[in-house]
Design a protein around this ligand. Structure first.
Ligand code: ADP
Length: 492
């Protein structure tokens, strides 16, 4: 391929070696704007099949690119201009657009009176990276601007560079009113002590952790209104700090209201429990004397009372006993959560055994078969409370077994990973669906199958379990028996 035209450069050898060594495309043109000498890299850029020498840019480069290059080259040759490292997007003969930093310098020599040298340094990669960066910066700015959370950015010099719309709305000040972080603190925290405290925490957190997570503070808006903001901030690699703020005033108010209600409720609950406790105690005293005097009447005046008198007295005694049971249960209920025994490692199997022993006469009386169908675990719980749970559930199962031909109670447990699920199942009279929630409320009992009770037992069990963050529920069908489930979380 021809790279020279009638050039008899004395140093052509040197020039060629130089041109081959150079990686940037270089070309020489004569006074007519035709290529007279080009480097290998220029040939590669253009198309190594094409005849370059003797042609001009319009012959080589496509359309407008060719025309513009030729025009510019001619202006350089005529001495009207030089091109010094101008960044140009050039459509190359292969149809691809590439970025070049272009230098064009006129020259004159012996053979060529007036000509020019063009050097095209490709910078596509850098340009693309720059474009990408620009785009991502635009995207980043847009994201910040459009975010519905307050966002700001300050530099290492503590000058605030960005304060998005939302942030300006939250604080009421605009960017110009808070040009620096110092100004920002001064405006938001007019009180000196408060300002000192918050800015100290702010800078310490950034210096120590490179971030701030969830500082909740009250600020003064421009209009004087106090608002509670939640701040987060992160120091970027560039040294800039981007900070976020959300106005949580309403949330905080709702939280405070809720806390206040919880406190009120707890207080009322305590008062109620204390009331129940006192009343129960006070009720007991007259009951004891009722019991004592009716015993005395029976012992000493039975003859004079006659059959009817004795019958009435026995009914009084039965009612006294009932009242006593009520008070007992009420006292038990009011003690749950107030006087809690310590937790210990309890063998659930041992507790169940004890419960069954204590209820043995009732079980035998009704001819009930009791099966403990799973091996009981050792759990961390209050022994006394676990006893109360099983005692209530098993005695209920006995009470409400009805007139089954083969009365059966089964007790079991399942390991659910983070909790134990105990169950007590009977094939007794069952519970109607609409009552299955109510039965756990105090005094919610139904007079059925002559079973006696106070309607407090399940309320006690529910309270014990709720105190340990557990759960109790029943699955039952009327006439088909009931299964009571007790879920007790395991200790960590
Ligand atoms: P009590 O047994 O003293 O009435 P509880 O609080 O222990 O009070 O039970 C409340 C009610 O739940 C009972 O009156 C009864 O109607 C129902 N109940 C409890 N256990 C069973 C059971 N195993 N089978 C059927 N009904 C039951």
């Amino acid at each position: 391929m021809k790279r020279e035209k009638n050039l008899n450069l004395s140093q052509s050898q040197i020039t060629e070696t130089f041109l081959d060594a150079i990686s940037d495309p270089v070309y020489f043109k004569d006074e007519n704007g035709k290529y007279v000498l080009v480097s290998d890299s220029f040939v590669n850029l253009v198309d190594n099949q094409k005849e370059i020498i003797g042609n001009d840019s319009e012959d080589i480069f496509p359309g407008e690119t060719g025309e513009e290059m030729q025009k510019e080259d001619e202006s350089v040759i005529s001495g009207e201009m030089t091109v010094e490292n101008e960044e140009k997007l050039i459509e190359c003969p292969d149809g691809v657009e590439r970025w070049f930093s272009v230098r064009k310098i006129p020259y004159s020599g012996e053979e060529v009176e007036r000509g020019m040298v063009g050097i095209l340094k490709e910078i596509t990669e850098r340009k693309e990276a720059e474009e990408e960066l620009k785009e991502s910066e635009v995207r980043y700015r847009q994201t910040i601007e459009n975010a519905n959370i307050g966002i700001g950015v300050y530099g290492e010099d503590k000058k605030i560079e960005v304060l998005n719309e939302t942030m300006q709305e939250i604080i009421g000040y605009d960017e110009e009113e808070t040009p620096t972080l110092a100004q920002w603190f001064k405006k938001l925290y007019p009180d000196y002590e408060k300002r000192r405290e918050i800015s100290q925490i702010w800078f310490e957190e950034i210096a120590k952790n490179g971030q701030i997570t969830g500082i909740e503070t009250e600020i003064s808006r421009k209009d004087g209104e106090k608002r509670t903001l939640l701040f987060n901030a992160v120091q970027l690699n560039t040294g800039n700090v981007i900070f976020f703020a959300g106005d949580i005033t309403e949330l905080v108010e709702a939280r405070e209201k809720l806390e206040k209600r919880k406190e009120d409720l707890e207080k009322k609950n305590k008062e109620l429990e204390a009331f129940v406790y006192t009343v129960s105690h006070d009720l007991r005293t007259p009951l004891i004397s009722l019991e004592g005097f009716s015993d005395m009447l029976l012992d000493e005046f039975a003859d004079e009372l006659g059959e009817d008198g004795i019958h009435y007295l026995e009914r009084i005694q039965a009612n006294v006993q009932k009242m006593d049971d009520f008070i007992d249960d009420l006292l038990q209920l009011s003690r749950v959560g107030r006087k809690e025994p310590p937790k210990e490692e309890v063998k659930a199997g041992g507790v169940v055994e004890e419960v069954l022993e204590d209820l043995q006469s009732r079980i035998d009386e009704k001819g009930i078969n009791v099966d403990v169908v799973e091996e009981m675990p050792t759990i961390c719980f209050q022994r006394k409370r676990l006893y109360q749970i099983f005692s209530n559930l098993v005695s209920n199962a006995c009470k409400y077994i009805g007139d089954q031909e083969n009365p059966l109670i089964e007790i079991g447990v399942e390991d659910e990973g983070d909790s134990w699920l105990f169950w007590v199942e009977d094939n007794g009279i069952g519970i109607e669906e609409e009552q299955q929630d109510e039965i756990f409320e105090i005094f919610n009992r139904e007079e059925r199958c002559d079973a006696k009770g106070t309607g407090v037992g399940l309320a006690i069990v529910k309270r014990i379990i709720a105190n340990q963050d557990g759960k109790i529920w029943v699955e039952s069908e009327k006439g088909e028996g009931s299964t009571f489930y007790v879920k007790i979380p395991k200790e960590d």
